[in-house]
Design a protein around this ligand. Structure first.
Ligand code: HEC
Length: 211
């Protein structure tokens, strides 16, 4: 009996030593591919996605959406910010894909489609609020709070995301046009540097973007 246990320990030690040596070769030899145009192995992707979902689920426990989340004014304010800051990565109604989205890995989810994200115990709105506020490490999803976006504006975006999959391209355009445009803190554009135009403005005289 004692001998069997001893042999099992030796075998276990040999397997772990080999695994560590292979890991070290891959790591120090530069064999871990960080390019965005080669996907992770499915098992690695699932491992990271599971860590992400569990982490978010734990951190949103205390988040309570405001009572007026479905207020049309909120949704409208969110529309302008979405157009200015999110649509390039997450698409908008009638937009098939974008150049930046094609190149990103992980691919930003198409937020115009009904979500297939895991609904956590805290609810999908709390999850979206958290993701917009804190971002997701080593993906392209920014922590918008670091750029100065206030919680109220993040809730406006969350409110808008709830409506987005049901919008036609025309409805989307008219909501963006009616919205206050790009205002980080839910203030009107007058309070946001006084920029008269809606959304982001290119520098005067800048050339259109061609390849
Ligand atoms: C530069 C590209 C980029 C921009 C700009 C961007 N996102 Fe993201 N976003 C991502 C990526 C990539 C993910 C997926 C991250 C992951 O799961 O690893 C993501 C994930 C999300 C999710 C989680 C969705 C889900 O199904 O799990 C939400 C919600 C979201 N983004 C909202 C927004 C909003 C709102 C804005 C604008 C204020 C925005 N994003 C701007 C790249 C971007």
């Amino acid at each position: 009996m004692g001998k069997i246990i001893l042999w099992m320990l030796v075998a276990f030690g040999a397997v772990s030593a080999t695994a560590s040596a292979l890991g070290a070769i891959a790591y120090y030899g530069g064999f871990i591919d960080v390019s965005a145009d080669t996907p992770h192995a499915a098992i690695v992707y699932d491992f990271i996605a599971e860590a992400r979902d569990r982490s978010i689920e734990r951190q949103i426990r205390e988040i309570r959406p405001p009572a007026d989340l479905s207020d049309p004014e909120r949704v409208l304010r969110g529309a302008g910010n979405y157009r200015a800051m999110c649509a390039n990565c997450h698409l908008s109604p009638g937009m098939a894909n974008s150049e930046i989205r094609r190149g990103l890995y992980p691919t930003p989810p198409d937020l115009t489609k009904t979500s297939n994200e895991r609904v956590p115990a805290g609810g999908v709105s709390a999850r979206r609020f958290w993701v917009i506020k804190h971002g997701i490490k080593a993906s392209a999803m920014p922590a918008w709070s670091k750029g100065g976006m206030k919680d109220s504006a993040i809730w406006d975006l969350t409110a808008f995301l709830g409506r987005l999959p049901a919008l036609t391209p025309e409805q989307y355009k008219s909501m963006v046009a009616a919205s206050d445009g790009h205002a980080h803190d839910g203030l009107s554009r007058k309070d946001h540097g006084g920029t008269p135009a809606r959304g982001h403005v290119d520098k005067p005289g800048s050339r259109p973007h061609t390849h």
